[in-house]
Write a protein that binds this ligand. Structure first.
Ligand SMILES: C[S@@+](CC[C@H](N)C(=O)[O-])C[C@H]1O[C@@H](n2cnc3c(N)ncnc32)[C@H](O)[C@@H]1O
Length: 395
């Protein structure tokens, strides 16, 4: 029987609860990723499969052997020297094989996705930036309430359709992190096309698009109607209302969709990229994915809740079965990476029925700073026992 069950918890949505008394040091749960991505900075030193980190050496096993490269070069009409896949290296042939076996028919499309992103990344860096319109006090004769989920979803659908068709929004500078995020989204999209049951696991994850918008929307620009948005806007008005952070997401979608669909020799296209699909992945990844940290000693992990300043962040992964761990500023569970898997281990005795929580980052500050950080990064006001008690004291 599983040690954890999913329950709905007041003020927190779903969460994991212990189904029996659990002693300290128990492995409560092990989760494998649906999709992962490496930070661009560490791709030469990190195994794409097991995340072995070989710094300062580079990983030796390449994605393609020389004969494989020649075959692909002929099929795609691309010179072999361009098919180097420097961001897809492995620590061993075994890891490469495991990756290929796991991806199965997605292996070649994955190579195509990486190649396309690299080519477009080089092109896009010279594109024009988004022209952000000055704030306009819009016509509020017909409006929606910012706090109405259904109305805000419809409004956002209209904004996305208007602003991303044609795919003309570009960021001034694309960053390495945009490339990493694009690879993660690309991996999820390939799963959605070729392994739809695996993709269903992603769709049960909480979608943070609305909370993301509400956190970033600058209501103070419109003092007369701070909680309202005008219905049926022109493109210019959408541009002035949409927070910069969201415009960047839209521009990333445009970059991603262009990369996957534009003619590029005979490199296969990745079709079916819509803003709805992109958003449904992007805003689930936001605040739900796990950092892939360089592995430290167990003592470091125990002392820091799994993360330490001395360790490098090698990438990110989506672990669908692990997203039900809510945050607590006094967590009873730590997360420890074990190769590709995430292990969740009790750091003290957990009683039957008690919630099993991890920490989403540093918990050293006072309650105000902790809550502020969680709101900015994860879009929620922490309701853990420690915050609730400390908040009562300072009031
Ligand atoms: C990784 S998900 C955890 C599962 C989520 N509760 C669900 O229903 O899918 C993170 C989200 O859970 C909620 N959450 C997690 N910890 C919380 C806490 N301490 N207080 C309030 N909400 C919390 C927030 O909505 C946060 O964005």
């Amino acid at each position: 029987m599983s040690l954890l069950e999913i329950s709905v918890l007041p003020g927190k949505g779903r969460g994991y609860r212990a189904t029996s008394d659990i002693p300290i040091g128990t492995v409560l749960h092990v989760s494998d990723p649906l999709a992962t991505t490496l930070s661009q900075e560490w791709t030469p030193e990190t195994c794409l499969w097991c995340f072995d980190f070989a710094y300062p050496k580079k990983q030796k096993t390449k994605a393609l052997t020389e004969p494989e490269k020649l075959t692909l070069s002929l099929q795609w009409s691309v010179a072999p020297k361009h098919l180097s896949f420097k961001d897809m290296l492995f620590c061993s042939h075994t890891c490469k094989l495991s990756c290929q076996t796991s991806l199965s028919s997605d292996w070649i499309p994955t190579l195509a996705m990486h190649y396309r992103l690299d080519c477009e990344f080089k092109n896009t860096c010279n594109n024009l930036p988004i022209t952000k319109a000055a704030p306009i006090e819009p016509e509020f004769s017909k409006h929606i309430d910012l706090n109405n989920d259904e109305a805000l979803s419809t409004w956002l659908n209209q904004a996305w359709a208007c602003l991303t068709d044609p795919l003309d929004l570009s960021k001034k500078d694309l960053h390495d992190s945009d490339l990493s995020m694009s690879r993660l989204i690309g991996a999820c999209i390939l799963r959605s096309q070729n392994a739809p049951t695996l993709f269903q696991d992603l769709l049960v994850i909480q979608n943070n698009e609305l909370s993301h918008f509400r956190t970033h929307f600058n209501a103070s620009l419109y003092p007369t109607n701070p909680q309202q948005l005008p219905l049926h806007c022109t493109k210019e008005v959408y541009l002035s209302l949409i927070p910069d952070d969201l415009l960047d997401v839209m521009a990333l979608y445009c970059f991603f969709a262009r990369s996957m669909t534009k003619p590029l020799h005979n490199v296969p296209l990745i079709s079916g990229i819509t803003h709805n699909l992109f958003r449904s992945i992007f805003f689930r990844e936001r605040a739900n994915s796990f950092g892939l940290w360089e592995m430290g000693s167990d003592e470091v992990a125990n002392a820091t809740g799994g993360v330490s300043d001395d360790l490098e962040l090698l990438g990110f992964g989506i672990y669908p079965s692990a997203v039900y761990f809510n945050h607590s500023c006094d967590a009873n569970v730590i997360k420890v990476r074990d190769g590709r898997s995430m292990k969740f281990i009790s750091r003290r005795m957990i009683d039957e029925g008690e919630e099993a929580c991890i920490s989403y980052g540093s918990v050293d500050d006072d309650v105000r700073s902790r809550r502020q950080r969680l709101l900015e990064h994860y879009h929620f006001i922490c309701q853990c026992t420690r915050c609730t008690q400390e908040d009562l004291i300072i009031r």
